[in-house]
Design a protein around this ligand. Structure first.
Ligand SMILES: Cc1cc2nc3c(=O)[nH]c(=O)nc-3n(C[C@H](O)[C@H](O)[C@H](O)COP(=O)(O)OP(=O)(O)OC[C@H]3O[C@@H](n4cnc5c(N)ncnc54)[C@H](O)[C@@H]3O)c2cc1C
Length: 435
């Protein structure tokens, strides 16, 4: 008889928007139901409102539906899929009205596909980050400036506000992320890898691909020689809707050269797993939920698993401490996903904890195979792969990859334009938006 451990009950995280110093109107409950509710709240704004107003950073105190969706944490955790978000938006708005929103969702898929083809960007980032953190630790380089930046004591008012917002709420508007990264790199002259790490420790949507490649884009390393310089007047203009008025950002670098790096990253698209069918899942199998696939529903399994295994590895994001909102969202998403899958499939569920062997959990349940939602390049793969090695070699893993990623990633070879010009065809091919 299988003796699974007690299920983790999904519990709201009191650390998320705790009503502390930064007032936050957003409910970040890490469940699929809350993701759907947020999508419904935002839906009326996904057309022309989003196109016209998405660049405004109105701050975290905004009540009700805002100019951006704030769906990224649910998308990153796999509580919602890109396909269902696009489908819902395109059922309500014409492709023309929703063009900007649709393109932004494709940026997420593009970055994933780009990193998948160049995994050495991620490993290079990890090495660079570790070296930079070690230098801070040794008191070499710029430890004072790093401490001031991460504690929000730079004296650049806007930057210091965003630091508090990021640490306390786990979220920053896209424009704020761009200004923040630009100030970090070109005004404070700090290592971009330390900044990317700081984001990953705190963002509840922290994503290896979007984060690393966006920091590289701001620095001028993604589109080589093209960097992003934050400007005081632009910040004031797009933060004018904040509760306390526009944010000040005096003293920003007016001129700076894009960063350069000696490394070149070879491109190679791995063989992507084909779509699975019921025949692939004929034998009893376990479904493995992880930080980027915390819910069974978006996976559309053609057969029911006999066991649910949940692996939460939020602390693998960084060698440093991970913020409470980010860690809480991740572990809460997995706990909720695990409980809902067990209830849906009427099967046991068990946690696979870091450092534990996986095979005994399978052996105890008399199960041979695992259905594994694709592990994209990043810390979740780094943290889980060693424990999956033997099963992979024994061909006991069935990898699940959704149609939209499978169809889009091959176009993420160079710039976003390669994906952008395929969007209509990709939506049609994947049956999204009645296309
Ligand atoms: C320096 C920097 C770091 C970033 N780090 C992350 C990260 O760790 N995780 C993350 O999900 N996004 C990251 N982004 C991208 C973007 O800022 C967020 O996806 C977006 O702000 C999330 O808010 P939203 O859901 O309201 O977006 P919306 O504007 O409502 O967009 C809808 C969805 O499209 C996707 N999206 C939107 N803009 C982008 C973009 N520029 N790049 C990639 N996908 C996008 C997101 O999944 C988002 O939920 C980063 C951007 C920058 C400049």
């Amino acid at each position: 008889m299988f003796r699974g451990r007690a299920l983790l009950a999904p519990k709201p995280n009191p650390e998320l928007c705790p009503g502390g110093r930064v007032p936050c109107a957003m409910d970040w409950t890490p469940t699929r139901a809350r993701g759907h509710a947020r999508l419904a709240e935002f839906l009326p704004a996904a057309g022309s409102t989003y196109a016209e107003q998405r660049n405004h950073d109105d701050g975290p105190a905004t009540e009700g539906p805002s100019n951006v969706s704030m769906l990224s944490p649910w998308l990153h955790a796999g509580l919602l899929s890109e396909a269902e978000v696009l489908d819902t938006v395109l059922a309500q708005h014409s492709p023309r009205a929703a063009e900007k929103f649709v393109a932004e969702v494709f940026w997420r898929i593009y970055f994933k596909g780009y990193l998948e083809q160049r995994p050495s960007i991620w490993s290079g980032y990890c090495e660079g980050r570790d070296a930079a953190l070690a230098a801070v630790e040794r008191n070499a380089g710029t430890p004072m400036a790093y401490a001031e930046a991460t504690e929000g004591r730079t004296g650049i008012a806007a930057f210091d506000v965003w630091v508090r917002e990021l640490v306390e709420t786990g979220y920053l508007h896209n424009h704020a992320r761009m200004w923040f990264a630009s100030i970090w790199i070109f005004t404070l002259r700090l290592d971009w890898q330390l900044g990317a790490d700081f984001f990953l420790r705190h963002l509840i949507d922290g994503d290896a691909a979007s984060n690393t490649l966006s920091w590289r884009w701001v620095a001028g390393l993604h589109t080589k020689g093209k960097h992003y310089l934050a400007r005081e007047d632009n910040i004031a203009r797009y933060t004018s809707g904040r509760e306390r008025g526009p944010l000040a950002a005096a003293g920003l670098a007016r001129k700076a050269e894009p960063l350069h790096e000696p490394a070149d990253y070879p491109r190679n698209l791995p063989d992507l797993p084909r779509a699975i069918t019921a025949a692939d899942l004929k034998q009893p199998f376990a479904l493995l939920l992880h930080d980027e696939a915390a819910h069974h529903a978006p996976l559309a399994l053609p057969e029911r698993p006999a066991l649910v295994i949940a692996a939460s590895r939020a602390h693998a994001r960084s060698p440093g401490d991970v913020g409470a909102p980010a860690a809480g969202f991740t572990s809460g998403a997995i706990a909720a996903g695990m409980a809902e899958a067990a209830a849906e499939f009427g099967c046991p569920a068990v946690e696979w904890r870091a450092g534990e062997a996986l095979e005994p959990l399978l052996a105890e349940a008399g199960i041979d195979r695992i259905a594994l939602p694709y592990l994209p390049t990043g810390w979740t793969r780094d943290a889980l792969s060693p424990g999956l090695g033997a099963l992979t070699e024994q061909h006991r893993i069935i990898t699940l990859l959704n149609d939209l990623n499978r169809a889009t990633w091959p176009f993420a070879k160079a710039g976003f334009f390669g994906v952008a010009k395929q969007i209509d065809a990709l939506l049609g091919e994947c049956g999204i938006g009645g296309g």
